[in-house]
Write a protein that binds this ligand. Structure first.
Ligand SMILES: Cc1cc2nc3c(=O)[nH]c(=O)nc-3n(C[C@H](O)[C@H](O)[C@H](O)COP(=O)(O)OP(=O)(O)OC[C@H]3O[C@@H](n4cnc5c(N)ncnc54)[C@H](O)[C@@H]3O)c2cc1C
Length: 374
């Protein structure tokens, strides 16, 4: 009997975080044969507070991705604090505040859903180079093997070194931001509720420091445009302040002093001229998709993935493929620009009002939780 010819790959997705896994899943459901490639072994650890905002939860529902098995902790209270932790406000929010999940488990779950949809997943397979051609793309792995497909989606997170192979340059002249993070289950809370505490920094680029307390765990995250040492020092101060003001019962200063700290997001997607290369699209953190107000990144990663997947699925047999791919730049701007845009107001002037004026606290709440502009 003649051997069945293996089905050719339509789309190669490099990077299996939320952006890549969602793009792969959506394309597979649209009938494409998808190869999803990641350098890590899954489940892989991920430094993240694990907060999924309300719009993210809804988008996952729309995508029919059920995260119930991950036991998401519903956030029921939000507290905003000034950067010196001396003032607080509680945004009134009619809607939801999102959930906290174990991020490694969440990412692994998305990959599992993608595999069930027919995606061919290769883990522990670092990609060394992207080689787009006129009629196909070639992805060269570190072991020198080559995967060939029609189109490419790049979702490598903040590792953006492969993008030069597509002739795309992301802004490289931004001062580095560092993110320090701890997550601990060593301090059990008697509080059965889960809350999110956000301390705002006046600079939209560095966003805010966030504490998330659930009955299972507490996490602290702080972004700062300085060096690693100073970022960790600020995280320790944040932990000390939360404790001394009674906002947190637990003393996390010792854990904070040993925080993991990594370089973070140097640019926003809105600063980038194009996320379209030859036969390829860039999504998620690789393209700078994140909210400048809350530093929420999972939702825009997934959102940009759905728009990219739709763009590729829309390429018809008689279309000039590159012309259709080029529509991605306009499509994501139309849908996502308001969410990604920094507040169209001077935060430095606005911040004091958030702690003295309830409607302003509510506006900030809408910006933080729903991505509305202030
Ligand atoms: C400290 C911290 C806390 C955060 N907390 C939150 C939060 O609570 N909520 C939220 O919404 N966002 C948060 N974020 C942001 C969020 O983590 C990112 O926006 C999100 O991970 C982006 O998803 P992605 O799929 O684009 O990239 P990633 O999740 O980074 O995935 C990229 C994938 O690409 C793979 N990869 C990279 N290079 C290669 C290569 N050469 N070959 C093969 N594979 C490769 C990696 O292994 C990885 O699996 C936080 C960020 C930081 C730094």
């Amino acid at each position: 009997m003649a051997k069945k010819k293996p089905r050719a790959i339509d789309v190669i997705v490099v990077g299996a975080g939320p952006a890549g896994a969602t793009a792969a899943l959506t394309l597979a459901r649209a009938g494409k044969h998808v190869a999803l490639i990641d350098s890590a072994r899954f489940p892989r650890p991920k430094i993240c507070a694990g907060w999924l905002g309300p719009r993210c939860v809804h988008l996952l529902d729309e995508l029919d991705v059920n995260i119930g098995a991950l036991r998401p902790q519903k956030i029921t209270e939000a507290v905003f604090v000034s950067s010196d932790l001396s003032k607080t406000s509680r945004p009134m929010h009619n809607g939801e505040l999102g959930v906290a999940v174990d991020r490694a488990a969440f990412d692994n779950h998305l990959v599992e859903v993608a595999k069930k949809a027919g995606v061919e997943f290769s883990e522990h397979s670092p990609v060394a180079a992207l080689e787009p051609g006129e009629s196909e793309v070639r992805v060269r792995l570190k072991d020198d093997s080559v995967v060939t497909g029609q189109y490419l989606v790049v979702a490598t997170g903040i590792s953006r070194n492969l993008l030069s192979g597509l002739g795309l340059r992301m802004p490289s002249d931004r001062p580095t931001t560092f993110s320090a993070h701890i997550s601990t289950d060593a301090h059990t809370s008697s509080n059965k509720q889960s809350r999110l505490i956000a301390a705002f920094n006046a600079s939209p680029e560095t966003g805010c420091a966030i504490a998330i307390e659930t009955p299972k765990a507490i996490s602290l995250t702080l972004h700062a445009r300085t060096d690693q040492h100073e970022t960790v020092r600020q995280l320790v101060e944040f932990a000390r302040g939360l404790r001394s003001t009674g906002l947190l019962q637990a003393d996390l200063t010792q854990e904070a002093a040993k925080a993991k700290c990594m370089p973070s997001y140097p640019f926003n997607a809105l600063e980038v001229d194009s996320h379209v290369g030859k036969r390829s699209l860039v999504i998620g953190d690789a393209g700078g998709f994140y909210s400048t107000v809350s530093h929420e990144g999972v939702f825009p990663a997934i959102w940009s993935a759905t728009i990219a997947a739709q763009t590729i699925a829309d390429i018809g047999p008689n279309d000039h493929a590159q012309d259709v791919l080029t529509t991605f730049d306009r499509a994501w701007r139309l849908e996502m620009a308001d969410f990604l845009r920094p507040p169209n107001t001077d935060l430095q002037l606005l911040l004091p009002l958030i702690f003295t004026n309830q409607p302003m606290a509510d506006r900030m709440g809408a910006a933080f939780f729903m991505g509305e502009n202030i």
